[in-house]
Design a protein around this ligand. Structure first.
Ligand SMILES: Cc1ncc(C[n+]2csc(CCO)c2C)c(N)n1
Length: 246
């Protein structure tokens, strides 16, 4: 049998009846999904061993990413098929542009990153590829495509956040709060809601469209991993290191 038929959702749900569509896309995204959710960067947030230099580098990139994520949510609010979905997505957008923004500003201040730096920072190549994929999928793709990208970004953070929240918090507030932000029940409910939405839409799609969603989730997982890697090492992962740009 051809590998792509073997790894179809149909085959996955035949071997595990009642299996969730979103479990299938995460399984398809291996080894990147595990690599992203277990990245050394995420463990260093939890055990307090994070160097300030790496965390500042990460927050500066993430701040540019969050801006594009807010635009992505705007597209998804527009594409959501009913008021309940619009309400969920717009509540998340409100959180992103208020409390979360405040977290970034307080952390930049504590880390000594001047406003001029984080307000004018150019996106690095990993973040650019990442933001492009989110914006294109949600702006030009279907609701399901945009939601799949959003799910990867949020579920990844819920996964490592829940794991790190099981131990005492590190001393530095910007590390402790970054864990709390991703381990609270409201955030878990939101990720559960995205999963439920896709678990309903996904199984009814054609195998070709299901495949598109699995590929999108895989590419997103790769980029989440590369994003942590770039912040952690201060160097671009090989796939992004274009010698012509040096
Ligand atoms: C590269 C990158 N990927 C995903 C997230 C996750 N995320 C983005 S906004 C938000 C809402 C509440 O914090 C969460 C969890 C991130 N920050 N950076």
């Amino acid at each position: 049998m051809h590998a792509s038929i073997d790894s179809s959702f149909q085959n996955f749900s035949a071997s595990a009846p009642g299996a969730r569509f979103t479990d299938w896309i995460a399984t398809r995204a291996e080894p990147y999904w595990t690599s992203a959710t277990n990245h050394a960067f995420t463990r260093a947030i939890g055990d307090g061993s994070m160097p300030d230099e790496a965390y500042a580098r990460y927050l500066i990139e993430d701040y540019t990413f969050i801006t594009d994520l807010a635009s992505t949510l705007g597209y998804l609010v527009a594409k959501a098929p009913n008021m309940r979905a619009k309400s969920r997505l717009s509540a998340f957008l409100a959180l992103l542009t208020s409390e979360e923004n405040d977290y970034f500003l307080r952390s930049f201040d504590a880390l000594g990153v001047p406003a001029e730096t984080y307000e004018t920072a150019a996106q690095g190549p990993v973040t650019r590829a990442f933001a492009d994929l989110l914006l294109t999928s949600s702006g030009k793709g279907s609701y399901a495509e945009g939601l799949t990208c959003l799910l990867c970004a949020e579920w990844c953070y819920l996964t490592w956040g829940r794991r790190e929240a099981q131990k005492p918090r590190p001393e530095k507030f910007y590390l402790a709060e970054w864990i709390d932000l991703h381990a609270v029940s409201g955030f878990e409910d939101f990720v559960d809601w995205i999963r439920a939405e896709l678990d309903e839409i996904g199984p009814a799609l054609s195998p070709l469209k299901q495949e598109t969603l699995a590929e999108l989730f895989t590419r997103m997982s790769m980029l989440e991993d590369a994003f942590f890697e770039a912040a952690w090492t201060g160097e671009l992962p090989a796939a992004f290191d274009d010698p012509q740009r040096r």
